[in-house]
Design a protein around this ligand. Sequence first.
Ligand SMILES: [Fe+2]
Ligand SMILES: [Fe+2]
Length: 408
Amino acid sequence: MTTTAPGATTCPRNKAEEIAARVKYLPSLPAVVEKLLMVLDDFNTSAADIERIVATDSALAARILKLANSPLYKGVESVGTISHAVTRLGMWKLRDVAVSVATTGTLTELADEAIQRDYWHHALYTATCARVLAVESDLPLPEAPFVSGLLHDVGALVLAAVAPQDFRRYLEIPPAERPSREESVFGTTHPRIGSRLLRQWNLPRPLCDGVRMHHNEQVITSPRDPIVSLVALADMLWKINRDNHEPRFTAEVLFTTAQRANVPLERIAELLKAADGQVDQTRRDLEIAGDVSFLAPRPPARPRRIATATDHPATATWLEQCLGYLGHQVVPLATFVDDPSVAELVVFDPTMLSRMDCDLEAAMLARKSRLCVLETEKEPVEMLVEGKPLPSLGLFPTQDELGKLLRR
Ligand SMILES: [Fe+2]
Ligand SMILES: [Fe+2]
């Protein structure tokens, strides 16, 4: 391999060691936070002990109180002092609030403005969405997925900070190819290097593990840790109508992750709208600059009626939710078969029936309407009708994709 082609490197193992060694020189968290984390591990710690420690950094104390008083903490009365915050929020919530505030402050020193901007858009959204999902799934401490969502991709900032030249070459790789080429560029991955920094910061072990595992399909689909599944689900949901720099997942992994996170698929559209409505408040609570209003999908120029051809109930629900979130309407396939004029597009699930039945069904539907294939697998399934490949629609569809399919 050469060192000049985008994404190439001479010796990934050496590079990984070099990168890991450089992480040691990254800024540490404010000493007060390390102290706070230490005393919070002690069951004998009182609210007054915590207040005494936090009071040594008045700027941090003010930011913790600001976040603790956020309108997003529904049902929590306003708090005026740190000891009041401990009593109201409980020690674990306070710990997560303190970690969110302190890490945000430290991370903004790591990379240049453009990289920071992309990072925070995605981090703020994933954190907000993870908290919305956690409330839905009745998880007792929704701040734990929040802080995990905020930091899950911290490895990207670390790589930008410790290997800036490689990172620039990495950004030249088309976004869809980046996940599979990350290791060859850096000799390591953002989950690994991100959790390394968090361990260095002495953050709680489950948080570090969650960051390391957020793309591990075996872990996110296992019943081991609902917080990891929840953050992974929020991370996947980012892909609906947004840039696609995350790894591809199959429909099966998506649905199992949602099940492990205890989030019903039939609530997805509502939950996505709730997350869109809260993300700017999260940004203000954490004092991150910028505008995040563009994260919500713009309504379509004209809402479309779309039919879905699938015999998997989860896929049918998923499509109904995603298309509904984007402002379109799903009509039952049976209604479309009776009267093809009721839908302008049919989304075809290639995993249903046998392949031969699939081809016959697709040919029949294609005679009645525009037809596209849903990308339910990691590699798109190519389906031909009258010798021509059918266009595809991503498992996490976007308004632009739908627009193109409907213009054809
Ligand atoms: Fe990631
Ligand atoms: Fe992510």
